[in-house]
Design a protein around this ligand. Sequence first.
Ligand code: TYD
Ligand code: MG
Length: 453
Amino acid sequence: MAKTKTTFFCQNCGTQYAKWVGQCSACKEWNTVVEELVQKPEKTAWKTRSNTARKKAKPVLVKEISIEREVRLDTFDLEFNRVLGGGIVPGSLVLLGGEPGVGKSTLLLQIALKLPYKTLYVSGEESQKQIKMRADRIRPNSETCLILTETKTQNIFQQIEATEPDIVVIDSIQTLHSDYIESAAGSISQIRECTAELIKFAKETNTPVILIGHITKDGSIAGPKILEHMVDTVLQFEGDRNYVYRILRSLKNRFGSTAELGIYEMQSGGLRQVNNPSEILISKNDEGLSGTAIASTVEGMRPLMIEIQALVSTAVYGTPQRSTTGYNAKRLNMLLAVLEKRAGFKLGAKDVFLNITGGISVDDPAIDLAVIAAILSSNEDIPIEKGICFAAEVGLAGEIRPVQRVEQRILEAEKLGFTTIYVSKNNKIGLKNTKIRVQLATRIEDVVSGLFG
Ligand code: TYD
Ligand code: MG
């Protein structure tokens, strides 16, 4: 009989306590510490096969380690490959996090259905029928994708041994439970144990495993932070569920850069890869409307043209309202203060609404100048000429500051047919033979006089 033991875990952050406390000393949350029955695992669920039993490791001189070209499994999804750094590394654990309903199950089922390798899709959330219905919506006819609805890791490993898949998808880690731990599925100790078992399986058989993880209200992946440390790659799928665009980014990647980004569009038949995001984020409006400005931003490694809309109107109530969608409200207040103090625009008694179209959210400071241009255009009710875009940060003194990767931004703007781009005079630009006119500015006034005469 295994020795039973109980431990107290904070359900919010995973900190472990020897006795119950009312407030977690790590994350300061109240009433989150819960007693969990932990049974010392005498063996883990994934049994090492005798013939693959680990050899004892010996130290090797660095120069003697040979590196063959690493093989990666192609996922047949360009955006997913890009974010992973060129495909899945065999034996790696990938964690995909995201809010409920954002499309995590859809994305992974879609990839599983497309893969020509034998794939085992384990779902603890939906029945086989539900998954079949979803698969029919997504459509690629797969000969190699197996569906298993099971939550107990011991049974999952039994099926894995019976079917020997090339890749395993688990939807979701919070629904799994292991017999060796007595606490409920989704609790800290269960998540930790199940992940450890899966890691052991992945490393020993060189099979990649993709886990889906739920995220908590504040946006972090539910379960202990340790989950993120245990896996090799953490991906986040984000997007407003009321909009169609979804962004896949990597928060941690042991085998590649975390600066890459994948963009999808949610359609009635699954997720579509978006190869030229700029074209869809800008509305094709021919008549000039006041209050819109285009910014050239960089998300991850990719340049992206986005449209910013502002509405400035006289405040009806005593306190003017400031409201933003997809942009930091504090930054908007700061820019309004700069406009008031440094450029003499009286916006103190006006309501200001700001919106980044397409439902995406941007925190690149290089869109500051476009935000200011949109606000002034709405305030003056003068549209900004078609073909003008912006890429510069605005400082507290009202100065136009340089931004990184300015050349990439200029080239993207040129590619999409823009004729003028405003950037900071302090940006070093080594581009030659560009058709686009690069307008250098040092102060807000330079831009205002250029735009509104
Ligand atoms: P889902 O993958 O279940 O989200 P998660 O696993 O992250 O909770 O996505 C559910 C949403 O996606 C749901 O609102 C319906 C929508 N959807 C489509 O728009 N098109 C489709 O082809 C599919 C399968 C889902
Ligand atoms: Mg799901």
